[in-house]
Every structure is written in structure tokens, then in C-alpha cells.
Design a protein around this ligand. Structure first.
Ligand code: PEP
Length: 262
């Protein structure tokens, strides 16, 4: 089973507008030149998750970009339908304004905004039903790792997070140990490999044969200098990149590592 390699950039609540436009242009041009070098047959896909106002910008500037090179996602979707829900942005609207992917359950949403596994399940379902590909983010805290609870925590997050999702929808997982996000501290290749192997087994038990089609990304302080080692691990199907996606050179360096290991 060949899964795509997904190199995804999570811009979080960054950058400001003017540098953001340049960043997008540089990443877009760099991606096009790299992915078109092999005649467009690359198994590597590039997805950016900018803050929500950028969606409108991408749509109004769509003619300037090759949208097939860089796909766009939202960092969060509401599971509410259209209606009297002030402040919410649902999956349906995000999809209509050009989003193709949605992050769900990022650790910052869980730890800062109190999101739970059952909420993640509803958001995964809402995203997929509206035609977005959800990426369910899971990962243990340092305390949980030190208490030997890593496998138990990620299994629960995976099983609950996917519990409302029907078989036919396309989705991905991102294993992001919370202690490695934005800290400069990266999980060792052995830690990443064993959790990814465990997740694949849990996924097979929960979802049957279709589990093998699901990309499982790693996230947590991925940088150009560690990307090749991380992306070369058996069972790692891409990277979810935070800080390093805010500099085109470092994001494209990670993309180069993804292409080299594909
Ligand atoms: C993230 O935001 O998902 C992330 C992995 O951030 P960083 O690469 O900065 O650790």
C-alpha cells in the first residue's frame, strides 16, 4: 500500500499580513518547482494551515497560484451547522471558501481551549461530511510519557476521535507528542517509530483493511536538519510543521527531505 507523503505547515496564529503574503508566494513557487521536477508524479503533497482570514485571500488571488501544488486547510472547524452560532466557522463554509483539509484536536486547542476527545470526534465528522479531509492530532504530555501512559493515551484519542467517522471518508492522523511541540525537543527516532507502529495496529483493529490507506504524520519541532531522519522512519508518512513553516527556506528544506525519502 503506497500512502502519500504529506508535508503540512501549521502557521498557528501567525504571521502578519504582508510577510504572510510573501511567505505563501515563496512556499508556493518553491513547491511548484520541486514537485513539477518529476513530471508531476510525486507522491508528496503540500498542505498549509494558515489562520482563517487567509482563506478569503487565497480565493481572491487564486488565479495567481497553482492550487494543485499547495493545498489549503483550516486549523479548526466548528461542528455546528449554519445558524445562530456567533463566532463559529463551520466545515461547510470553510469548504465553500476553498479549504480542503482541517486540523482537529491540535494540542493547543486541547490544552488552551479545553477541547475534548468527544468534541474532536464531532469535528472530525463535521469536517469529513462537508468534504474536508480531517487530520486528527493526537499525542501524550510529558507527564503521561513519564508515567508510561503514552500508548494508552494515544489509543484513546485515536479511537474516540474517529468514532463518529464513516469508513468512506479520507483522513489522516498526526502523532504530535505535546512535549515536542514548539519546544525544540524532538522525539527520538525509536520513540516515533514505536508509537507510529502502535497507532497503525490500533487503526487496523478499529477500522479494518482501510487503515493501511491512512497517512500518519509526525509533528513536534521538525526542522530541515532532523527532517530526513524523521521522515525516513518506517511508518512515518509526512510531517506537521509548526515553527519551521513560518520561514520558506526551512519549510522547503523539510519538503526536500520529504521528496528525498518518498
Ligand atoms: C505544530 O504546531 O503542530 C507543531 C508541531 O509545532 P512545532 O513544529 O513548532 O513543534
Amino acid at each position: 500500500m503506497t500512502r502519500p507523503i504529506i508535508i503540512a505547515g501549521n502557521w498557528k496564529h501567525n504571521p502578519q499580513r504582508i510577510p504572510g503574503e510573501s511567505l505563501f508566494r515563496e512556499i508556493s513557487e518553491g513547491t511548484i518547482s520541486r514537485l513539477s521536477a518529476d513530471g508531476g508524479d510525486s507522491p508528496v503533497r503540500v498542505v498549509l494551515f494558515p489562520p482563517l482570514p487567509w482563506l478569503g485571500w487565497f480565493v481572491s488571488n487564486a488565479s495567481q497560484f497553482d492550487r494543485s501544488a499547495v493545498e489549503i486547510g483550516v486549523q479548526e472547524v466548528s461542528d455546528r451547522p449554519l445558524g445562530a452560532f456567533t463566532g463559529e466557522v463551520g466545515a461547510q463554509l470553510a469548504q465553500q471558501f476553498g479549504a480542503e483539509w482541517a486540523l482537529v484536536g491540535h494540542s493547543e486547542r486541547r490544552s488552551i481551549f479545553g477541547e475534548t476527545d468527544p468534541q474532536a470526534a464531532s469535528r472530525v465528522k463535521a469536517a469529513a461530511t462537508a468534504g474536508l479531509r480531517p487530520i486528527l492530532c493526537i499525542g501524550e504530555t510529558l507527564e503521561q510519557r513519564e508515567a508510561g501512559e503514552t500508548f494508552e493515551v494515544v489509543s484513546r484519542q485515536l479511537e474516540t476521535g474517529l468514532s463518529k467517522l464513516d469508513e468512506e471518508f479520507e483522513y489522516a492522523l498526526a502523532y504530535e507528542p505535546v512535549w515536542a511541540i514548539g519546544t525544540g525537543r524532538t522525539a527520538t527516532t525509536q520513540q516515533v517509530e514505536e508509537v507510529h507502529r502502535h497507532l497503525r495496529e490500533v487503526l487496523r483493529r478499529a477500522r479494518g483493511a482501510s487503515a493501511d490507506e491512512v497517512p500518519i504524520l509526525y509533528g513536534g519541532s521538525v526542522k530541515p536538519d532532523n527532517a530526513q531522519a524523521l521522515l525516513g522512519i518506517d511508518g512515518v508518512d509526512g510531517a506537521l510543521v509548526g515553527g519551521a513553516s513560518l520561514l520558506s527556506a526551512s519549510f522547503l528544506g523539510i519538503l526536500d527531505a520529504g521528496i528525498a525519502t518518498a
